[in-house]
Design a protein around this ligand. Structure first.
Ligand code: ZN
Length: 450
């Protein structure tokens, strides 16, 4: 007997496709459905969005015959979105139920704006309900450590999805103060937490965390940023929780894919999204198992469909079937953003994910900021550390050793390309604000502004 529960997304997607519960369900059914939805969304986007009318009409028609044809469709980039978001809008402004403005990390500085109509938000609520059904049971409470004040915000949609299975969602918001967030746990005694990895870590490593009885929090869902292995291990060990990871972004309508009980890759929201993995340099599709850039097409979005949107995230499709028994595809762990790192030589790139794995493996590290600054023809790596105040001396020595232990850093130091600044300490965790992703800050190209 398979001890793992099959992902609830399988039954949900089968239902969305319109198959009878007792009928067979294969990958071909999913592919046929996706191809039909692609034809519809391409025709819809060409008809309603000035951007896609320009971008697609000469090359693509609603008569798309197969996925090979679709691979010729041009990409949409974050820069396209930032240039003129209104050119993507396919419904009248009065039909827009929610607008999200995203600050760009790119050099243009232009924010992206993402629009949703009520139907788009409803599909997200539906996905949240299904995805969370692996984590909670009717009567449970979920403390949501994500923004949720505004109608249509991620936390508010999650509350709606949970309510549909008689689970109470309590919005706390991103964790600014771990002590306060722990007190919320003690007050509400939730069976589940939903939060941002490093923010949950700041709670689990806080001394006050000892007051949380082991076994109280059955499950934790981590989302929005790279998830270092040490964070998962600490939550499992300290609170005895099952840890699930979710992958999504505002552009996918927040939800994208979620782990099942096998905890090995995200099952995707395949009735609403077509996900591809392409070579970031050539744009060509990569075989399963090979890591590249995640490209997303929204199959059902009304206000602002995105066609072959380059997410900038790095991942691969897992080649085998999931141990849970589902035939749904699995996207392997997202390895962070392709741009979230910095070159330390012709072939050497220091990635934020590698720094996260190395530094969060040190139990007394609570958070840190990494910067690369210029220095007489080479670079300096500057780490500002927020750690357990009782163990700072040890922590600094461990961080230094961990940095040099990274092959990329080790080699760059040996070749004289990199120096490591003395570790700076900060008494305040001022790096974690809201739901923004943490990044490796590369100051080497910055011009001094008088
Ligand atoms: Zn599975």
């Amino acid at each position: 007997m398979n001890p793992l529960r099959i992902t609830p997304l399988e039954r949900w997607i089968k239902d969305r496709i319109g198959l009878e519960p007792r009928s067979a369900f294969t990958r071909d059914d999913v592919r046929r459905f996706q191809l039909e939805k692609l034809r519809q969304i391409l025709a819809y986007a060409v008809r309603r969005s000035p951007f896609y009318r320009r971008q697609l009409s000469s090359r693509v028609t609603a008569a798309l015959s197969d996925f090979a044809d679709f691979a010729e469709v041009p990409f949409t980039t974050a820069e396209d979105l930032a240039r003129d978001p209104l050119e993507f809008l396919c419904v009248s402004q009065s039909d827009v139920a929610r607008v999200v403005t995203l600050r760009s990390s790119g050099s243009t500085g232009q924010p992206k704006r993402i629009f949703f109509d009520p139907e788009d938000l409803e599909r997200t609520v539906d996905f949240f309900q299904q995805g969370m059904s692996s984590l909670v049971y009717p009567g449970d409470r979920v403390l949501i450590l994500m923004p949720g004040e505004l109608p249509g915000s991620i936390g508010e949609l999650l509350v709606q999805g949970l309510a549909r299975m008689h689970v109470e969602g309590i919005v706390h918001g991103p964790v600014q103060n771990p002590e306060q967030a722990i007190d919320e746990i003690l007050a509400h005694r939730p069976q589940c937490l939903v939060g941002i990895p490093v923010q949950v870590l700041s709670m689990v490593r806080h001394p006050r965390s000892e007051r949380i009885p082991v076994g109280l929090i059955h499950s934790v869902l981590l989302s929005t940023d790279y998830v270092p292995a040490a964070i998962v291990a600490d939550i499992q060990r300290t609170w005895g929780s099952r840890v699930y990871q979710h992958y999504g972004m505002t552009e996918t309508g927040y939800g994208g894919g979620v782990e099942c009980d096998a905890h090995d890759g995200y099952h995707l929201r395949e009735a609403d999204l077509l996900v591809e993995v392409v070579d970031p340099a050539t744009g060509r599709a990569l075989p399963d198992g090979v890591s590249g850039e995640v490209v997303v097409t929204t199959l059902t979005r009304r206000a602002m469909p995105l066609i072959r949107y380059r997410t900038g995230d790095q991942a691969r499709f897992l080649p085998d079937y999931c141990p849970c028994g589902s035939m749904l595809r699995r996207l392997g762990k997202v390895l962070g953003r392709l741009t979230n790192g910095a070159a330390l030589g012709p072939q050497a790139r220091l990635k934020m994910a590698a720094l996260d794995e190395a530094l969060f493996a040190i139990p007394s590290v609570l958070n840190y900021q990494a910067e690369l600054v210029p220095a007489n023809g080479c670079s300096r790596l500057r780490i500002t550390l927020y750690g357990d105040p009782c163990r700072l001396d040890d922590t600094v020595a461990q961080v230094q050793a961990a940095l040099v232990g990274l092959p990329t850093v080790h080699e760059a130091v040996a070749r004289g390309r990199l120096a490591i600044d003395p570790i700076r300490l900060t008494p305040e965790n001022w790096f974690t604000t809201g739901a923004a992703k943490r990044t490796l800050i590369d100051r080497r190209q910055e011009r001094s502004i008088a």
